[in-house]
Design a protein around this ligand. Sequence first.
Ligand code: NZQ
Ligand code: ZN
Length: 394
Amino acid sequence: MERFDFYSPTKILFGKGREEEVGAQAKAFGGTRVLVVYGGKSARESGLLNRVEDSLAAAGLEYLSLGGVQPNPRLSLAREMVQKGIAFGADMVLAVGGGSVIDTAKGAAHGIANPETDIWDFWMGKAKLTKTLPIGVVLTISAAGSELSDSAVLTDEMHHAKRGLNTDLQRPCFAIMNPELTFTLPKYQVACGVVDMLMHTLERYFNPVTCNFLTDEIAESVMRTVVHYGPTAVADSHNYQAMSEIMWASSLSHNNLTGLGNVKDFTCHQLGHEIGGMFDVAHGATLSAVWCSWARYCLSVNPGRFARLGEKVFGLAPTGEIYADANAAIDAAESFFASLDMPTCLEDLGIGAVTEEILEQLADGFTRGRTRTFGQFKNLDYDDALTIYSMANR
Ligand code: NZQ
Ligand code: ZN
């Protein structure tokens, strides 16, 4: 096996009713004044937020709840929460929601712990994060995997720039995962989540190093679980078995377990973030809209890898003709996305006609104004990115 580090320090409390323990957990991890971050309305309307607040109060903790986080979470709101969190004297940040809420909570934690630094400087690489507040999570959607990940993605809405920050410091100290909290999700959000969690493993599976047997087997098992239970979850968000299987799969897809010893690729995420930053569409949808075009463009790098995906994840019988098998695997992934009503091209995103000029802007953003190339499986420059966006523009 190749060498690797594996750091996944988050305590996980999985199963029905576990949110009742949030106060005790927050206290155990040192919180005394907790900034509670939530989204638009789902956590408030379902009564979850009240139960969380009651649990914090019962543990003797002070709290301040701040909502309003939107999907593709805005930098301006995270900055606002930093100021309010400092005024409140927060010593812990608790996210009650999904990826957008958790990432905003991460941003707030960084800003409160470093009042002298504008948080965007951490995202832009102008300042190095060396300390933050402890972060807890009560998860309400299976998708982004931020509850176990080292990542946080915010959008500078003024400049349409969606950017990620990666650091082990922002892995949450605890994550409460009750699949029943996801029962209220609309179909579309469940489907976006299924795509995202599958993609977090695909982005690790397609890499230049493919000799870690156990890592591949774990990755394929997680992807098979998502392909097996994803459609049931989308069809019926009250199916506990399906919702719990995809909840655990989504977390394991993004704590790096499915990529140990390999190099992460994450090209489709970068391609997708440009679309999300420009058009404010759901993250998962941007990924399925570009993946098949990326795959067809990169197929010749390692057709055997695509063929293996077809056999091990989509259950396709190998024909022995490697390119045919590879193409069949990509077709199977495309059909899977389509079966969930997820976009497989830009037009499906409902963003209207995408002109040549927009495609060029997307490729320009992907390469940061042609100052970088990106990708491990296949390193892409501006022309490559433009070709992939153009292939997806149908
Ligand atoms: O705001 P509310 O009313 O809560 O509605 C949300 C939101 O509209 C709704 N929702 C969440 N839980 C619900 C619910 N509705 C009903 N019942 C529930 N139980 O779902 C909508 C989407 O929420 P969001 O948090 O945006 O979803 P997701 O978890 O997919 O997060 C997406 C964000 O995470 C980033 C994405 O780029 C995107 O900005 N990512 C973060 C990563 C990370 N930090 O590791 C990795 C990912 O690759 C991803 O980039
Ligand atoms: Zn993602």
